[in-house]
Design a protein around this ligand. Structure first.
Ligand code: SF4
Ligand code: SF4
Length: 414
């Protein structure tokens, strides 16, 4: 785009809703990093307005810098008195940038491989199996540290399928575990623990259907059509089923709860109603009454999309804190993002590293021995600083069942 004629990219009402009050600035992790207006929500909305008014092009380097450095944590959205839907504005911005200035060179090839893997389960499976093999043989050390996943993937985990629990008559009926892409590739141990928890509270965990990806990463990267297609495929996969769709990745859960807004159909809205976090399925009272003691002192890292999109951080925190014996500590920067942001930490390493360094300091100040967080991106980002990061489902499984790993599994290898 070279001429600066008036364009219509953004929702004009949303842009007009911002009264430039600045209440959002202190909750923005990128603004708190540089203290530059263009790296905060107010400056970003101003950049969108200037694009809309034809003063600047969407691919102007300053506009791109302002908009692409947003980690899309949506902390600004929950504090905005004017209820500006910043997440939606930013997804629109990313799609417009992607259209006008698609990634090139190594970045383009990297994204092509990544997003192809998210769409095709066999490719993701192959990739994670090779990663597990490389980690076992320590060949991953040839990768630059920034590209080396901090999470150890075990070959046994990637190769082994899931098995259904012993037949019974669960009081609560079926609960469909959304396997997703990264979670199914690298966090199968968390899925097994989640299934154990579901079985322990009376649900029959189901591992099928297994649509490939919720589309959240595509939406954040501006790949709008792909995000829509993945959302539609996910909804279609669960057609004809009934019961909660349990999502143990906060980012996926946030995206899937917004399918109704994304696609604007009754079917999508009904689907979003079924999307459920563990903290909506189990009460702290049940855990406190039935759980075995875990003598652990952990810091809670609330995933941004659990807190700012799903509004469930307090509920999730209460559920974990209810585990007998477990001491749950709060970092003093509780509201700030860890800098993961899907693939943000790879695309914006300077900001990603700065946000992680701040989070690491806050976690250290708690004195905790480990961290608990229910999002794969947060888990891998925080593990880069050497932290052991537990998923809430793993802690609940250890507390609510005596065997941790293999009692709930299923014959399907895929
Ligand atoms: S986004 Fe909301 S909080 Fe931030 S400046 Fe605009 S109106 Fe104020
Ligand atoms: S989404 Fe997060 S990083 Fe982006 S402007 Fe809002 S608070 Fe800042």
């Amino acid at each position: 785009m070279t001429d600066h004629q008036q364009v219509s990219i953004f929702d004009a009402d949303q842009l007009a809703a911002c009264v430039q009050c600045g209440f959002c600035l202190s909750s923005c992790p990128t603004y708190e990093t540089t203290y530059l207006e263009e790296h905060g929500p107010r400056g970003r909305i101003l950049a969108m307005r200037l694009v809309e008014e034809g003063e600047l092009a969407i691919d102007d380097p300053d506009v791109v810098d302002s908009l692409e450095t947003c980690v899309q944590c949506r902390a600004c959205e929950v504090v905005c008195p004017s209820l500006v839907e910043f997440g939606s504005l930013m997804e629109t911005a990313r799609a417009a940038i992607e259209e006008q200035r698609p990634p090139a060179g190594v970045e383009a090839r990297g994204q092509q491989v990544l997003f192809a893997a998210l769409r095709h389960r066999w490719l993701l499976r192959l990739g994670t199996t090779l990663l597990a093999l490389a980690q076992t043989l320590r060949l991953d050390r040839v990768l630059p540290s920034r590209l080396r996943p901090a999470r150890r993937v075990r070959l046994g985990d990637t190769l082994r399928g899931y098995r259904l629990p012993p037949p019974g008559a669960p009081a609560q009926g079926d609960a469909f575990l959304f396997r997703g892409c990264v979670m199914d590739g690298m966090f199968r141990d968390v899925h097994r623990a989640t299934a154990q928890v579901l079985a322990a509270v009376g649900h029959r965990p189901r591992f099928e259907p297994a649509p490939p990806c919720c589309g959240a990463l595509s939406a954040h990267a501006g790949r709008e059509q792909e995000a829509h297609a993945l959302a539609e495929a996910t909804i279609a996969a669960y057609a004809g089923t009934e019961g909660p769709i349990l999502v143990n990745s906060a980012g996926c859960g946030g995206a899937m709860k917004e399918y109704g807004a994304l696609l604007g159909t009754d079917e999508a809205r009904a689907f979003s109603e079924r999307v459920t976090d563990l903290s909506e399925l189990i009460s702290p009272e049940e855990v406190a009454a039935r759980g075995a003691a875990l003598q652990l002192t952990l810091a809670y890292q609330a995933p941004c999309h659990l807190k700012n999109v799903q509004g469930l951080a307090d509920q999730a925190r209460a559920l974990i804190a209810a585990i007998p014996g477990l001491r749950l500590l709060e970092p003093d920067d509780e509201q700030q993002c860890c800098g993961s942001g899907g693939i943000y930490s790879y695309l914006q390493p300077a900001f990603g590293d700065a946000l992680l360094a701040r989070k690491h300091g806050a976690l250290q100040r708690t004195g905790a021995q480990g961290v608990v967080s229910g999002n794969p991106g947060c888990a891998m980002q925080i593990a880069r600083e050497g932290w052991e990061v537990h998923h809430p489902a793993q802690l609940l499984a250890r507390s609510l069942t005596s065997e941790v790993s293999d009692q709930v599994s299923d014959p399907s290898p895929a």
